[in-house]
Design a protein around this ligand. Sequence first.
Ligand code: ATP
Length: 250
Amino acid sequence: MDLKGLTKTYGTGTTAVAALGPIDLTVAPGEFLVLVGASGCGKSTLLRLVGGLDSPTAGTVSIAGDAAVPGRNVGVVFQQPRLLPWRTVGGNVELALRYAGVPRAERRDRAADLLDRVGLPDVARRRVWEISGGQQQRVAIARALAAPTPVLLMDEPFAALDALTRERLQDDVRQVGAESGRTTVFVTHSPDEAAVLGTRIVVLSRHPGRIAADLASPLSRDADGAELRETADYVGFRAEIAAAVRAAAA
Ligand SMILES: Nc1ncnc2c1ncn2[C@@H]1O[C@H](COP(=O)(O)OP(=O)(O)OP(=O)(O)O)[C@@H](O)[C@H]1O
């Protein structure tokens, strides 16, 4: 994935807000990039541009030479699950499989497998409102996994969840990222979350958002999340990220 001179200004004239850029960034296939920075530094703006959900004022996004098209070469998980309430839980995942071109006869089993892998083996027939917010966010992740796009974008997907659920989902996403080989861009303002998930951390400065630091993770991708959080290397990396975020916001 290549970002070249990516820039976003909201509005025009005296009310124009230079929100982002220019950003130049190359993300290698399979990399788990975490974008971190203070509130308002342009993280969501960058993610929307990368996902083809908004157009840049200047610059380009290229995914293996193509423009980003949501659902085709990029999948997106938002802060809120955004499930379809008139469908069952399984039906939400099956719809994504339909868009991904999976034949009807295979969709139910595939949806059950995907729900299983995010730790929800028994909820396929339930209605969306019958499961908790944390479970709904797991379904949103299962739905994103249903479409095998080469790039997966996640915008603070765990921000609204309690600490325990958040850690559990971080561990799931970490494992899925390592196994699937998909390129992931994950937005957070939390150095803890960045250190657990990222193979690479990009810190943005503010007004406009620019790359202030670009850190390669020294942590093993094989360790599980709970083990990792106990290590001195994790604690050290988290502190390094937090210091870079503070410096970028100063
Ligand atoms: N639609 C918009 N119109 C005008 N200004 C906007 C718009 N969206 C974002 N901005 C401004 O652009 C800047 C970057 O916003 P953005 O939401 O990308 O930041 P962020 O880092 O994701 O923030 P947070 O961590 O609080 O979600 C901010 O100054 C914001 O006020």
